[in-house]
Design a protein around this ligand. Structure first.
Ligand SMILES: *Cc1c(COP(=O)(O)O)cnc(C)c1O
Length: 609
């Protein structure tokens, strides 16, 4: 894996410069430098860095590509986009996206009441708001309030009952302000792990029969003029473009037919989300087979063909891409706490005057190994190790001998891998597969990359330093939860190799990339590890970075309060238990209490690192 696959997934947002991975923007600071500076301010545990310039780049490229395709095909209707809030509702992100998208008339999409409140309060007048998902009377009422405020809002109905509720609620308002969209149930569906949103068994959308009923109902209530949008969403992370093309044709025909039947203001087709992100670090396994340019061409072309063939206006093209817009803007950085074989140093050996012959032999293999003998000695060493473990079980060697053999075997593996590192031999790969280094990392997989736990979704992992050296240890990553699922195991098909580090002498951090979509709000508080400390990294006109809006991970008391613990009871109980310690003076008790309060004001992550 050359350069940790940077050229595959990073879209030039990051570059490797000497030893470090740097932000390819402004003065190109290294992530290591940012991390050290934040830690110098006293923050510990994992960190989320947000880069607004990357969000802006994604939005700009979306608009650029669609407008380019429109210009090339002389497409007359507009291109519009909204950000689906379910993908990231954190205020530091939402404020960022609202701020940087001023020039694009870019809006927000809401799928729940709380998200709708964010959209109503944060969207500027005129910017589109779309509302999806299942809705009750209150949610529809909120849409009417938004419309009355003057918001450009479209309620996308998922079923006939929603339309009935809309008709009822509309009686309470003087003007029928929102526009209406219909989510259609497509025959076509996406591919990949998130493809369940499309297709006939999908959870969402109206069948053609229901669509006709909606049409009749709107007509009967003289509200056909409110019907503005056809919506579909074939699932997230579409790995291929062909299902989208099929879905576009299907939706396009529905649009054209309804329009011909008399839905004059039906003017938009909303393709939902689904634009994929390349998460792969390995050429052999790409996640996406199209570019954004190709995607835009295909969408605009399909729409223009359908309009031509049916002699109707070209529809406005709406998109609700979330993953594409937000995933790259976040990097989660976490410190490595321990390498499990780190204690295996030559100085840890406790060799005796007289060692068991196999231990002696291991020692000789280790001392005399050369490049030409590395493979053979390595094999011998692994065999000896097996035998030594059996001898231990049978009581022939003692724990000191066993420890010596473990250390020697590990030293031999390390020496052999470094001697053979430039040879691409199958052998070496197999050895690496067998003997992995375990990196204990100060973060929670459940909190920071829940899609890895839930769906096996890979996220690019790159160490922040040592990048001019070849990483030689095949790595398994362990998080600090007490759950055996909190592990990213070594996969020999898609290997991750990291460096051999002496953590007593230096820090080693891992960057988890593309974590800005879905991961933050899906993150679970398993073992009560919370959303990490986060910071926005902006760049001034000189290209110098500036930290803004640091939000520290929740402290222990607030976290327990969130779970509805009675924190004053916790406080009283702890205090009481300290007061009752009969062996301490009152001064000593005060000191103990002081220490306790200090700990309570910290977050759950391991503090010393
Ligand atoms: C989830 C969702 C999106 C966003 O999908 P991405 O794959 O993240 O782009 C857009 N629209 C609707 C209706 C959704 O449910």
């Amino acid at each position: 894996m050359k350069d940790f696959g940077l050229e595959i997934w990073s879209e030039n947002n990051f570059i490797i410069d000497g030893d470090t991975i740097n932000i390819n923007y402004g003065n190109k600071p290294s992530l290591l430098q940012l991390t050290q500076e934040i830690r110098d301010m006293g923050y510990r545990g994992p960190m989320i860095f947000r880069f607004p310039h990357i969000v802006k780049k994604q939005i700009a490229s979306l608009f650029y590509e669609f407008n380019r395709a429109r210009a090339e095909l002389e497409y007359k209707s507009s291109f519009q986009a909204v950000f689906p809030l379910k993908v990231n509702q954190f205020p530091n992100f939402v404020n960022t996206i609202v701020d940087i998208s001023k020039d694009f008339n870019y809006g927000l999409e809401a799928g729940s009441k709380a998200e709708l409140i964010i959209a109503m309060s944060h969207t500027r007048m005129g910017e589109p708001i779309t509302v999806n998902g299942f809705k009750d009377r209150d949610m529809i009422g909120l849409c009417f309030i938004a419309g009355n405020m003057g918001h450009n809002i479209t309620i996308i109905i998922e079923g006939l009952n929603e339309l009935k509720t809309i008709l009822e609620i509309s009686q309470e308002f003087r003007i029928f302000a929102p526009k209406i969209g219909v989510r259609i149930r497509l025959h076509s569906s996406g591919v990949g792990v998130w493809a369940k949103s499309g297709g006939y068994d999908s959870k969402f959308g109206l069948t053609s029969t229901e669509l006709l009923e909606v049409y009749d109902m709107l007509k009967k209530h003289k509200l056909l003029s409110k019907l503005y949008m056809i919506h579909f969403h074939i699932g997230s992370q579409m790995s291929e473009i062909s299902p989208m093309k099929k879905a576009l044709r299907e939706a396009g025909h529905i649009y054209a037919q309804l329009k011909k039947m008399g839905a004059k203001n039906l003017n938009a087709i909303n393709l939902g989300g689904g634009l994929a992100v390349e998460y792969s670090q390995h050429i052999a396994k790409r996640d996406r087979n199209y570019s954004i340019g190709e995607f835009a061409n295909d969408v605009v072309f399909s729409m223009s063909e359908i309009a031509k063939r049916n002699e109707v206006n070209e529809p406005e093209i709406f998109i609700e891409s979330g993953r594409f817009v937000s995933s790259a803007h976040t990097v989660t950085v976490a410190p490595v706490l321990e390498l499990f074989s780190q204690e295996y140093h030559e100085k840890a050996l406790r060799l005796k005057e007289q060692n068991p012959p196999l231990v002696q032999e291991l020692y000789e293999l280790y001392s005399t190994m050369k490049k030409s003998t590395a493979r053979e000695y390595l094999h011998d060493a692994l065999d000896h190790m097996e035998s030594l473990l059996t001898l231990f079980d049978l009581g022939y060697i003692d724990i000191v001998d066993r420890s010596n053999s473990e250390i020697l075997a590990d030293l031999i593996i390390k020496k052999a891998t470094s001697l053979l590192e430039n040879e691409h031999i199958q052998e070496l790969r197999e050895i690496q597969n067998k003997v992995q280094e375990r990196y204990l990392v100060n973060f929670s997989i459940f909190q920071s990359i829940p899609d890895f736990w839930g769906l096996g979704q890979h996220f690019p992992i790159v160490p922040l330093s040592h990048l001019s050296k070849k990483p030689t240890r095949s790595a398994t990553i362990w998080d600090i939860t007490c759950d055996s699922d909190g592990e990213i195991g070594y996969n020999k098909e898609l290997p991750l190799n990291l460096h051999d580090i002496d953590l007593d002498n230096e820090d080693y951090y891992l960057g988890f990339f593309l974590t800005g979509a879905y991961q933050e709000v899906l993150g679970m508080k398993h073992n009560l590890f919370t959303h990490p400390t986060e910071v926005i990294v902006k760049f001034d006109e000189n290209g110098q970075y500036i930290f803004e809006d640091i939000i520290e991970a929740q402290n222990l008391v607030d976290l327990l309060d969130d779970l509805d613990y009675d924190t004053s009871y916790i406080d009283k109980s702890l205090k009481h238990k300290i007061e009752e310690i009969s062996t301490l003076t009152s001064r000593e008790k005060d000191e103990l209490l002081g220490k306790l309060y200090l700990y309570l004001s910290e977050n759950s992550y391991l503090k010393s690192y």
